[in-house]
Design a protein around this ligand. Structure first.
Ligand code: HEC
Length: 155
């Protein structure tokens, strides 16, 4: 009986020692890993502020331009950002020019061939925004007239 108790005691001590060394090895492992990769398990401020400032910058508008996308700031900007940047860069939008009908047909084309979803009530907001801010560029002054036969006005 005493023999059995002794054996149990030894077992428990053995278990405790094994557990202790196990934890020690894990701790040492983590420490070594930390030395090779300092960002491991560190919740340092620097990273967090970086994330926050990026989020702040996303709404930044300078000289009427939404910096993160390059879109012009106007009514409907947020709707356009949400609807028109998931699949491609905003540049693809801003480098194009069209009137209302033109923008609607571009949207229809994407809906028919590129899986663009139904924009619902947002469509008119988006089309108004695009037709106003990305309208066909107006030609400046017309070209000079050439080879015209002038005539004298009768008195
Ligand atoms: C579901 C994905 C998706 C969404 C959302 C999307 N597009 Fe597109 N769009 C595309 C694809 C795909 C192309 C083709 C890209 C290419 O040719 O490389 C494209 C091309 C374009 C083009 C270029 C067309 C041309 O003739 O070259 C314009 C302009 C455009 N999209 C505007 C928009 C606008 C405005 C919105 C918001 C209403 C929008 N896109 C939202 C998928 C999308």
């Amino acid at each position: 009986m005493k023999d059995q108790e002794f054996r149990n005691k030894v077992k428990r001590i053995y278990l405790g020692v094994t557990l202790f060394f196990g934890l020690l090895v894990m701790g040492a492992g983590a420490l070594i890993y930390k030395l090779t990769d300092p960002s491991f398990l560190s919740f340092d401020e620097e990273k967090r502020t970086e994330t926050y400032s990026k989020a702040d910058n996303f709404d930044k508008i300078e000289n009427g331009i939404h910096l993160a996308t390059g879109f012009k700031d106007d009514v409907g900007l947020q709707t356009v950002i949400v609807s028109c940047t998931p699949c491609h860069s905003a540049k693809l939008v801003t480098q194009n020019r069209a009137n209302k009908e033109g923008w609607i047909s571009i949207i229809r084309w994407m809906q028919e061939t590129q899986n663009l979803w139904d924009l619902g009530n947002n469509e008119s907001v988006i089309v108004n925004y695009l037709a106003k801010n990305y309208a066909p560029e107006e030609k400046g002054r017309r070209d000079n007239l050439e080879d015209i036969e002038w005539y004298d006005l009768e008195k």
